[in-house]
Design a protein around this ligand. Structure first.
Ligand code: ADP
Ligand code: MG
Length: 463
């Protein structure tokens, strides 16, 4: 029909606006490096907050004892206990329980409701501790709290929430010390546990990654949201006025999700998504990359194509108008569909959008859109990682040096969206050339939870 030409025009136009040629990615990487410097120079000096974590020592391998961890930062929240066996026995035992957070707790509730929910889940979990976990008599249980939102840390075990991201919105927590709030809720729940460390998931992943591999220098989260942390030289942090740590190092939580640059290929779909989001004007880089948003970008493009170019013939699925109805895991399943008739795509269109009889031509457009959106996200993530490597002077090969740089990556987007992951890895090679041989991107499955437990161990009141 005459309309199909319009579908192809919209697709081509979208593709062009999303383009990330190497030259552009290098500009993005350079802008990231520049903003890192600015964020380290002064408080509020950059869109990148470059938060000081108070972690100036990463795990050594000697950590020992029973420690708990809490991981709050996405749709699920996890409680965990780890029995650490020291240098020889490493992680002796490790148990995790995942609890999903009700929508009405995540947004619009109160600090008390949120932290009571968390403390109650933790209390139930502690009650199931078996005989294979050992707490020396007379000792208090200790916990690492992974809290994956921007926090102004006041010490290793306290910090105030700067703002919510990723669909969370509970007004009265902003500005509060989240450890204090958790401690009060634990007391209400009759639970005697000390919070020994408050860490961002990036910092936890870095700690967990380092425990397994001494070459780990940075960590990246690619899950519901995206963020990164890395090890900085303490004297390269002008805004730090405290004592220089003995190690000479400090872990920095970049909060890179809030990165923004005129070099980012922002389309009108991204702009509309942003304006209608819970946090307009914020987390622009995150909104182009992470799992919470990729499916939603796809929905917006499909909606426009259905309305203006009859993508699904005369039928405009009303489901397509519901924000966030297309989730990134469904998008990945369609993108990975290898069948000749794109059966998976057809089924998803039917089940989620109630498009009963999609043609192969329609399904191919959907797959093409998945590819455009996901490639852009993966390539922009790679550019961000290169920005960190540049800041550290690790983006080029040095004569005679055999320096390896390992980036620990956690998050289901990277772990399960194979095409995203492959594209990210390919792009690293495009950007770094031969130097890519010395860079390793390593999956650190659930590293952030174990990392928080390890940091609780190194900041225990008993050591
Ligand atoms: P969080 O980031 O919340 O700590 P995860 O690392 O498990 O948790 O990431 C969850 C996010 O990853 C989901 O919001 C979803 O967008 C994305 N995701 C989960 N499974 C897949 C998948 N199979 N393919 C693509 N993305 C996925
Ligand atoms: Mg996580």
């Amino acid at each position: 029909s005459g309309e199909w030409g319009k579908v192809e025009t919209l697709l081509k136009d979208f593709e062009e606006k999303c383009a990330t040629p190497v030259g552009k990615l290098k500009q993005v990487a350079d802008a990231m490096t520049v903003d890192m410097h600015a964020g380290l120079a002064s408080e509020g000096g950059s869109k990148l907050k470059m938060l000081i974590s108070y972690v100036d020592n990463l795990p050594t391998g000697d950590e020992e004892g029973l420690f708990y961890a809490l991981d709050l930062g996405g749709t699920n929240f996890r409680v965990m206990r780890v029995q650490l066996g020291g240098r020889e026995r490493r992680i002796v035992k490790h148990e995790v329980k995942e609890v999903s957070i009700p929508q009405n707790v995540m947004a619009g509730s109160s600090s008390e409701v949120l932290f009571d929910f968390i403390a109650t889940a933790l209390a139930e979990f502690v009650a199931t501790e078996g005989d294979d976990f050992h707490l020396p008599p007379g000792r208090q249980r200790e916990l690492g709290f992974t809290f994956s939102f921007p926090v102004k840390q006041l010490s290793i075990a306290s910090g105030t929430l700067i703002k919510w991201t990723k669909g969370f919105s509970i007004e009265d927590v902003v500005g509060q010390d989240v450890v204090g709030e958790l401690a009060k809720a634990m007391e209400r729940a009759g639970l005697d546990v000390r919070v020994a460390a408050l860490v961002n998931d990036t910092v936890g992943t870095l700690a967990g990654g380092r425990y397994n591999n001494p070459d780990v220098i940075a960590a990246v989260i690619l899950g519901t949201g995206t963020n990164a942390a890395y090890v900085e030289r303490a004297h390269a942090i002008p805004k730090w006025h405290g004592l220089l740590p003995k190690s000479g190092e400090m872990v920095i939580n970049m909060e890179w999700g809030n990165f923004c640059s005129s070099h980012l290929p922002v389309t009108e779909y991204d702009q509309n998504l942003d304006v209608e989001s819970l946090n307009p004007g914020e987390q622009i880089y995150e909104k182009m990359i992470s799992g919470m948003y990729l499916g939603e970008i796809l929905r917006r493009v499909l909606c426009r194509m259905a309305e203006e170019a009859s993508l699904f013939s005369d039928y405009v699925p009303s489901k397509l108008k519901i924000p966030f109805i297309l989730r990134t895991p469904d998008m990945a399943a369609m993108h990975h569909d290898e069948s000749a008739d794109l059966k998976v795509v057809g089924n998803k269109l039917k089940d989620i959008l109630e498009v009963p009889n999609s043609t192969l031509k329609m399904r191919k457009i959907v797959v093409e859109l998945c590819d455009v959106i996901t490639s852009r996200g993966a390539r922009l993530s790679a550019a961000g990682i290169v920005g960190i490597l540049k800041k550290l002077g690790r983006d080029t090969l040095k004569d005679g040096e055999k320096q390896r740089s390992v980036i620990a990556v956690d998050g289901a987007l990277f772990e399960r969206y194979t095409k995203f992951r492959n594209c990210l890895e390919e792009t690293m090679k495009e950007l770094l050339g031969d130097a890519a041989d010395s860079i390793v991107i390593e999956l650190s499955n659930d590293g952030s939870g174990v990392g928080a437990a390890l940091l609780a161990a190194s900041h225990s009141q008993y050591t």
